[in-house]
Ligand binder design. Structure first.
Ligand SMILES: NC(=O)c1ccc[n+]([C@@H]2O[C@H](COP(=O)([O-])OP(=O)(O)OC[C@H]3O[C@@H](n4cnc5c(N)ncnc54)[C@H](O)[C@@H]3O)[C@@H](O)[C@H]2O)c1
Length: 347
């Protein structure tokens, strides 16, 4: 495939139009089809992008040999069916998070992509968010020291989903960020949740995780909250970071900590607390989705590696499944068994 990649977008509900707009604006892509079975959704998008053809089903697009790639932004229950059809037709596929509704589905998609020799990319947008990339740099440069623990709050009022829990909807963001920053799959997860509004659809979840490196993390997710929080705190042996995705200065690095100097005599206990400078690094104001979709295109044309790799997508689905297993077991910790060789993944 040579640039621009000719792409079709399936699913034009809440999120799909953002994918449409970004592909439309990218030099690396040429948007050729927008697909939704809902005519109203199609018309709304085609009014803004009149040159783009509409289709009511993916099958119509898959027959078109000039279409190189398909981006899927439909509900998670449909990801496997649509993605496997597109992969079988030899198309490169981008699937919005989470990759699929189970790890067996996700692994089956990965197998088809490998067999057909095409790119399969999960859409973990936060891995292209400039603050998250900056935090990863700070960690890799040793600024933070070893990561002791991470806490995260991703709560706001709505949007309640009727088909998936808050763990499937919001969880992929934190699980992909943790997977990227720590470079490892959790060792155990334990969780509790409650279905406050809709019966049997948990809309609040508290998730505790341990990692092979001894880092621990706590993630709070909810669609029922008085105000919107997107706040992650990363506490390291050298420094601490607060990442607030709603703030104009999204990252603050605190030169704070507590030190325990070697006791001069056995049993002596003299802790010193440090509260030094607070630094807010400059962050580019680039739209993450644009960077993400550009990378999908260059992976197709040039074989460049993906930050939101298939391995990340698979691990995120495995993490969600482990959370669900713990929920069924009343919060008992679930051990995650990483497939051979992927405990400390490179990508
Ligand atoms: N990366 C992010 O930050 C982000 C944000 C929001 C949503 N998402 C993801 O995007 C996906 C879609 O979420 P949403 O909130 O936009 O859902 P939505 O329900 O608002 O829209 C889904 C659209 O898909 C269409 N559709 C469903 N099945 C179809 C089929 N078989 N063929 C053609 N069209 C079909 C529906 O008619 C609807 O218009 C989900 O995977 C979600 O997790 C990602």
């Amino acid at each position: 495939v040579t640039a621009p990649v000719r792409v079709a977008v399936v699913g034009l509900g809440y999120w799909g139009p953002n994918i449409v707009r970004n592909f439309y604006e990218l030099d690396e892509a040429e948007l050729v089809f927008v697909v939704d079975r809902d005519a109203g959704a199609r018309e709304r998008v085609q009014r803004r992008f009149p040159s783009v053809r509409g289709a009511e089903s993916l099958e119509m697009v898959l027959e078109d040999e000039t279409v190189d790639a398909v981006a899927i932004a439909t509900p998670v229950s449909t990801h496997f069916e649509l993605a496997s059809a597109a992969l079988q037709a030899g198309k490169h596929v981008f699937v919005e998070k989470p990759l699929a509704a189970s790890s067996s589905e996700a692994e089956a998609l990965a197998a088809i992509a490998t067999e057909r020799g095409v790119v399969l990319m999960p859409g973990h947008t936060f891995l292209y968010s400039p603050p998250v990339i900056k935090i990863k740099e700070l960690i890799d440069d040793g600024e933070i020291g070893d990561i002791l623990f991470v806490t995260s709050s991703r709560v706001n009022l709505g949007l309640h989903q009727s088909d998936v829990s808050v763990v499937w909807d919001l969880g992929p963001h934190d699980f992909s960020i943790l997977r990227y920053l720590l470079g490892e799959l959790p060792a155990t997860v334990s969780a509790m949740s409650r279905s406050c509004v809709l019966p049997d659809i948990p809309d609040v979840a508290f998730i505790n995780m341990t990692f092979p490196s001894d880092t621990i993390a706590q993630v709070q997710l909810s669609w029922l909250a008085p105000s919107k929080l997107r706040r992650t705190a990363i506490v390291g042996t050298r420094k601490m970071i607060v990442y607030d995705d709603t703030a104009t200065e999204p990252i603050r690095v605190f030169d704070s900590g507590a030190d325990l100097p070697d006791p001069e005599s056995f049993g002596e206990f003299r802790l010193t607390y440090r509260t030094g400078d607070i630094v807010s690094p400059r962050i580019e104001a680039t739209e993450p989705l644009s960077l993400e979709l550009a990378e999908f295109c260059t992976a197709i044309t040039d074989g460049t590696p993906l930050r939101s790799s298939l391995a990340v997508g698979l691990d995120v689905v495995r993490t969600i499944e482990a959370v669900e297993e713990s929920l069924r077991a009343n919060g008992e910790p679930t051990r995650l068994v990483a497939p051979a060789g992927s405990r400390r993944p490179e990508a």
